[in-house]
Ligand binder design. Structure first.
Ligand code: AMP
Length: 180
Protein backbone atom coordinates (compact mmCIF):
# COMPACT_ATOMS: atom_id res chain seq x y z
CA UNK A 1 0.00 0.00 0.00
CA UNK A 2 1.50 3.26 -1.09
CA UNK A 3 0.13 6.46 0.34
CA UNK A 4 2.82 9.07 -0.29
CA UNK A 5 1.17 11.52 -2.73
CA UNK A 6 4.62 12.51 -4.00
CA UNK A 7 5.02 9.00 -5.44
CA UNK A 8 2.38 9.79 -8.08
CA UNK A 9 4.53 12.66 -9.37
CA UNK A 10 7.81 10.78 -8.85
CA UNK A 11 6.46 8.08 -11.18
CA UNK A 12 5.98 10.70 -13.92
CA UNK A 13 9.43 12.32 -13.58
CA UNK A 14 12.22 10.67 -15.52
CA UNK A 15 15.81 10.62 -14.27
CA UNK A 16 18.52 10.88 -16.91
CA UNK A 17 21.96 10.07 -15.47
CA UNK A 18 25.03 12.08 -16.47
CA UNK A 19 23.15 14.96 -18.15
CA UNK A 20 24.29 17.61 -18.95
CA UNK A 21 27.57 16.31 -17.54
CA UNK A 22 28.90 13.26 -15.71
CA UNK A 23 27.60 12.85 -12.16
CA UNK A 24 24.41 14.92 -12.57
CA UNK A 25 21.09 13.09 -12.19
CA UNK A 26 18.86 15.19 -14.44
CA UNK A 27 15.26 15.22 -13.16
CA UNK A 28 13.34 15.46 -16.41
CA UNK A 29 9.81 16.87 -16.15
CA UNK A 30 9.07 16.51 -19.89
CA UNK A 31 7.58 13.09 -19.12
CA UNK A 32 5.38 14.61 -16.39
CA UNK A 33 4.17 17.21 -18.91
CA UNK A 34 3.32 14.49 -21.44
CA UNK A 35 0.97 12.86 -18.97
CA UNK A 36 -2.62 14.11 -19.25
CA UNK A 37 -2.75 14.51 -15.46
CA UNK A 38 0.82 15.54 -14.56
CA UNK A 39 0.61 19.32 -14.91
CA UNK A 40 -2.90 19.49 -13.44
CA UNK A 41 -1.83 17.46 -10.41
CA UNK A 42 1.15 19.76 -9.83
CA UNK A 43 -0.98 22.89 -10.08
CA UNK A 44 -3.70 21.50 -7.80
CA UNK A 45 -1.06 20.74 -5.14
CA UNK A 46 0.70 24.09 -5.59
CA UNK A 47 -2.59 25.94 -5.15
CA UNK A 48 -3.23 23.93 -1.98
CA UNK A 49 0.01 25.16 -0.36
CA UNK A 50 -0.13 28.72 -1.74
CA UNK A 51 0.40 31.10 1.15
CA UNK A 52 -2.21 33.81 0.62
CA UNK A 53 -3.09 36.02 -2.34
CA UNK A 54 -0.45 37.26 -4.78
CA UNK A 55 -0.45 39.81 -7.57
CA UNK A 56 2.06 38.00 -9.78
CA UNK A 57 3.47 34.53 -10.26
CA UNK A 58 7.09 34.81 -11.45
CA UNK A 59 8.53 31.92 -13.45
CA UNK A 60 12.18 31.31 -14.26
CA UNK A 61 13.08 30.56 -17.90
CA UNK A 62 12.30 28.13 -19.32
CA UNK A 63 10.56 25.30 -17.47
CA UNK A 64 9.42 27.63 -14.70
CA UNK A 65 7.28 29.49 -17.26
CA UNK A 66 4.97 26.49 -17.66
CA UNK A 67 4.22 26.12 -13.97
CA UNK A 68 4.01 29.88 -13.37
CA UNK A 69 1.50 30.39 -16.19
CA UNK A 70 -0.70 27.47 -15.16
CA UNK A 71 -0.58 28.45 -11.47
CA UNK A 72 -1.41 32.10 -12.17
CA UNK A 73 -4.84 31.13 -13.53
CA UNK A 74 -6.36 29.62 -10.36
CA UNK A 75 -4.54 32.19 -8.20
CA UNK A 76 -6.06 35.06 -10.23
CA UNK A 77 -2.60 36.55 -10.67
CA UNK A 78 -0.52 37.88 -13.53
CA UNK A 79 2.57 36.12 -14.90
CA UNK A 80 6.02 37.69 -14.65
CA UNK A 81 8.73 36.23 -16.89
CA UNK A 82 12.25 36.03 -15.45
CA UNK A 83 14.41 35.54 -18.51
CA UNK A 84 18.03 34.94 -19.35
CA UNK A 85 19.59 38.36 -19.88
CA UNK A 86 19.35 39.73 -23.42
CA UNK A 87 15.98 38.22 -24.35
CA UNK A 88 13.54 40.90 -23.17
CA UNK A 89 12.79 43.76 -25.59
CA UNK A 90 12.18 46.60 -23.13
CA UNK A 91 14.33 48.28 -20.48
CA UNK A 92 15.44 45.65 -17.96
CA UNK A 93 16.99 45.19 -14.56
CA UNK A 94 19.27 42.20 -14.15
CA UNK A 95 20.99 40.12 -11.50
CA UNK A 96 24.13 37.98 -11.74
CA UNK A 97 24.62 34.66 -10.03
CA UNK A 98 27.34 32.06 -9.75
CA UNK A 99 27.16 28.73 -11.55
CA UNK A 100 29.42 25.80 -10.79
CA UNK A 101 31.60 27.06 -13.65
CA UNK A 102 31.23 30.76 -14.38
CA UNK A 103 28.31 33.12 -13.98
CA UNK A 104 24.85 33.67 -15.41
CA UNK A 105 22.50 36.65 -15.51
CA UNK A 106 18.70 36.85 -15.32
CA UNK A 107 16.52 39.84 -16.08
CA UNK A 108 12.98 41.24 -15.86
CA UNK A 109 11.42 44.24 -17.49
CA UNK A 110 12.09 47.26 -15.27
CA UNK A 111 8.38 48.11 -15.19
CA UNK A 112 7.16 44.52 -14.72
CA UNK A 113 6.02 44.86 -11.14
CA UNK A 114 4.68 47.78 -9.16
CA UNK A 115 6.48 48.57 -5.89
CA UNK A 116 5.02 46.37 -3.17
CA UNK A 117 3.61 43.82 -5.63
CA UNK A 118 3.14 40.44 -3.93
CA UNK A 119 5.02 37.83 -5.94
CA UNK A 120 5.08 34.03 -5.82
CA UNK A 121 8.30 32.65 -7.35
CA UNK A 122 8.04 29.33 -9.22
CA UNK A 123 10.50 26.99 -10.89
CA UNK A 124 10.57 23.32 -11.77
CA UNK A 125 13.47 22.48 -9.46
CA UNK A 126 15.66 23.94 -6.73
CA UNK A 127 19.16 22.54 -6.33
CA UNK A 128 21.87 24.87 -4.94
CA UNK A 129 19.38 27.74 -4.89
CA UNK A 130 21.63 29.99 -6.95
CA UNK A 131 18.94 30.66 -9.55
CA UNK A 132 16.06 31.17 -7.12
CA UNK A 133 18.10 33.37 -4.77
CA UNK A 134 19.15 35.58 -7.69
CA UNK A 135 15.48 35.76 -8.73
CA UNK A 136 14.54 36.89 -5.21
CA UNK A 137 17.28 39.56 -5.23
CA UNK A 138 16.06 40.74 -8.63
CA UNK A 139 12.41 40.89 -7.58
CA UNK A 140 13.31 42.72 -4.38
CA UNK A 141 15.43 45.17 -6.40
CA UNK A 142 12.29 45.84 -8.47
CA UNK A 143 10.40 46.64 -5.25
CA UNK A 144 8.38 43.42 -5.10
CA UNK A 145 7.54 41.53 -1.93
CA UNK A 146 8.40 37.88 -2.50
CA UNK A 147 5.70 36.03 -0.56
CA UNK A 148 6.78 32.44 -1.17
CA UNK A 149 8.77 30.20 -3.51
CA UNK A 150 7.35 26.96 -4.89
CA UNK A 151 9.09 24.19 -6.79
CA UNK A 152 7.93 20.92 -8.26
CA UNK A 153 11.21 19.26 -7.21
CA UNK A 154 13.62 19.90 -4.33
CA UNK A 155 17.09 18.40 -4.04
CA UNK A 156 17.37 19.11 -0.29
CA UNK A 157 20.90 17.76 0.09
CA UNK A 158 22.15 20.61 -2.13
CA UNK A 159 20.84 23.11 0.42
CA UNK A 160 19.15 25.64 -1.85
CA UNK A 161 15.76 25.57 -0.13
CA UNK A 162 17.40 26.16 3.27
CA UNK A 163 19.38 29.11 1.89
CA UNK A 164 16.21 30.56 0.44
CA UNK A 165 14.49 30.18 3.83
CA UNK A 166 17.46 31.98 5.40
CA UNK A 167 16.77 34.79 2.92
CA UNK A 168 13.32 35.05 4.54
CA UNK A 169 11.30 33.18 1.93
CA UNK A 170 8.78 30.42 2.68
CA UNK A 171 9.62 27.45 0.45
CA UNK A 172 7.54 24.47 -0.58
CA UNK A 173 8.01 21.67 -3.08
CA UNK A 174 6.04 18.66 -4.24
CA UNK A 175 8.72 15.98 -4.61
CA UNK A 176 12.15 15.63 -2.99
CA UNK A 177 15.04 13.53 -4.24
CA UNK A 178 17.97 12.69 -1.97
CA UNK A 179 21.47 13.29 -3.31
CA UNK A 180 21.99 15.43 -6.36
P1 AMP B 1 20.13 25.84 -8.81
O1 AMP B 1 20.35 27.26 -9.26
O2 AMP B 1 21.41 25.12 -8.51
O3 AMP B 1 19.14 25.74 -7.67
O4 AMP B 1 19.51 25.05 -10.05
C1 AMP B 1 18.18 25.23 -10.40
C2 AMP B 1 17.98 25.41 -11.87
O5 AMP B 1 18.77 24.53 -12.64
C3 AMP B 1 16.54 25.14 -12.23
O6 AMP B 1 16.10 26.11 -13.16
C4 AMP B 1 16.55 23.72 -12.79
O7 AMP B 1 15.71 23.64 -13.91
C5 AMP B 1 18.00 23.45 -13.17
N1 AMP B 1 18.54 22.21 -12.57
C6 AMP B 1 19.53 22.13 -11.63
N2 AMP B 1 19.82 20.87 -11.30
C7 AMP B 1 18.96 20.10 -12.01
C8 AMP B 1 18.73 18.66 -12.09
N3 AMP B 1 19.44 17.78 -11.36
N4 AMP B 1 17.75 18.23 -12.91
C9 AMP B 1 17.02 19.12 -13.65
N5 AMP B 1 17.20 20.45 -13.63
C10 AMP B 1 18.15 20.95 -12.83
Amino acid sequence: MNDDPADELRALIRTIPDFPKPGIQFRDITTLLLSPTGLATCIERMVAVADGPVDLVAGVEARGFLFAAALAIPLNAGVLLIRKDGKLPGATIAEDYALEYGRDRIAIHADACAPGARVLLVDDLIATGGTARAAVRLLRKAGATVMQAQFVIDLPDLGGADLLRADGIGVSSLVAYPGH
